[in-house]
Design a protein around this ligand. Structure first.
Ligand SMILES: Nc1nc2c(ncn2[C@@H]2O[C@H](COP(=O)(O)OP(=O)(O)OP(=O)(O)O)[C@@H](O)[C@H]2O)c(=O)[nH]1
Ligand SMILES: [Mg+2]
Length: 357
């Protein structure tokens, strides 16, 4: 999974990035321009750790998340020529989720805290970046669609017109709903204003553990269900501690989990993702798939041969496997189920795919 951090200059993106990937990138408003920061982390998952102690495999592979921290977005960032280059908006196109960081702390020049307005500014630039792409494509597409009348082109033309209208009316593409075939037609454009957004309100450290009144209003106003409240600066400090000290520190501050954990859980939720596991003496590995996929599709995440030649899946819940102490015991107790092509994979399943190609 790839997650991109967006926000105004000085909202705390790089500070949060440092906390998330335990990095030490330079912070300070406007330092992010022309320089993107990238970092990959393992998705902490107790289930993988426990399965690994059970099987003692040669290799243990956690799911990973890649974070991208670009420059602050300001009026004009969405323009075609501004999108290019390191730290520009174009870097965001491959992201699965955007984490939108909003400044909730008083900055050095005491600029008032205005998360709603800041949200609007950034959303507008993301939409403008999309509009630039739409307009360039529409020029040629409308001619081609008119002259050839090919239904595929005509449909694409209509869809782009619909997106354009939404943006020109002050909206974002995320507001539009498409049937799956149309969704597919637009996928290649990787529109920024269509990506799921997780809001982070970066509050002053003194306010941690207290109720933040603006959150509900912000949630309503932005139409983003997921709002995480944290202090990026404190998170960065926590990330520099070892695990034991970090736990005690979190408790003192009245924060349950670190930002890293909360962000990953929220991102998985936003994208409707679940994990399943493969186990053995060679490797214990976590796989990430969309909720609702069938066993053959999940097998395809491992290797396309496994989907093509799928026969059946032997499966059980990972906690059952851990409780019973191993696959042999699970088999003897009749806990290992055999599932066919229609089986919908559940979060936490341990799966062994039988296939033939
Ligand atoms: N008090 C306080 N200051 C913070 C917090 N988070 C960030 N800052 C400060 O705000 C300034 C900007 O933080 P950065 O993380 O560099 O901001 P940014 O969003 O990456 O900025 P650009 O890269 O320019 O877009 C730095 O001086 C940070 O120390 C916070 O939670 N509390
Ligand atoms: Mg930065």
């Amino acid at each position: 999974m790839q997650i991109g951090l967006v926000g105004l200059p000085g909202s705390g993106k790089t500070t949060l990035f440092n906390a998330l990937v335990r990095a030490n990138a330079e912070t300070g408003a406007f330092t992010g321009k022309n320089k993107a920061n990238r970092g990959t982390i393992k998705v902490p998952d107790q289930r993988v750790t426990r399965l690994s102690s059970l099987f003692n495999p040669l290799k243990t592979t956690f799911a990973t998340v890649e974070y991208l921290d670009i420059g602050g977005i300001t009026a004009g960032s969405g323009k075609q020529e501004e999108q290019q280059g390191d730290g520009g908006l174009n870097d965001l196109r491959n992201m699965d989720v955007l984490v939108h960081v909003l400044r909730g702390f008083p900055d050095l020049s005491n600029t008032p805290v205005t998360p709603r307005e800041d949200f609007e500014t950034v959303e507008l630039e993301l939409a403008i970046a999309d509009l630039e792409i739409i307009e360039r494509r529409l020029g040629r597409l409308s001619k081609e669609a008119r002259s050839t009348k090919r239904p595929e082109l005509v449909r694409e033309w209509q869809l782009l017109e619909q997106c354009k209208e939404e943006i020109e009316g002050g909206g974002v593409i995320r507001n539009l709903e498409f049937v799956p075939e149309d969704e597919k037609r637009l996928r290649g454009y990787r529109f920024l204003s269509q990506k799921p957004v997780l809001l982070v309100l970066n509050i002053p450290e003194d306010n941690l553990g207290r109720e933040v009144q603006d959150v509900e209003a912000l949630r309503d106003y932005t139409d983003c269900k997921d709002v995480l409240v944290l202090s990026a600066r404190v998170e960065m400090e926590i990330a520099q501690l070892d695990e034991e000290d970090a736990g005690a520190f979190l408790e003192d501050l009245g924060i349950g989990e670190s930002a890293l954990d909360r962000m990953i859980i929220a991102s998985y939720g936003l994208l409707n993702l679940i994990s399943f596991f493969t186990v053995g003496e060679d490797e214990v590995k976590a796989w990430t798939v969309t909720r609702g996929v069938t066993a053959p599709k999940a097998a395809g995440a491992i290797h396309s041969d496994l989907e093509r030649g799928f026969i059946r899946a032997e499966t059980l819940e990972c906690q059952t496997l851990i409780d019973l102490g191993g696959l042999q015991a699970a088999k003897e107790q009749g806990a290992l189920r055999v599932e066919g092509k229609q089986y919908v994979v559940q979060d936490g399943d341990v799966i062994n795919v039988r296939f033939s190609v």
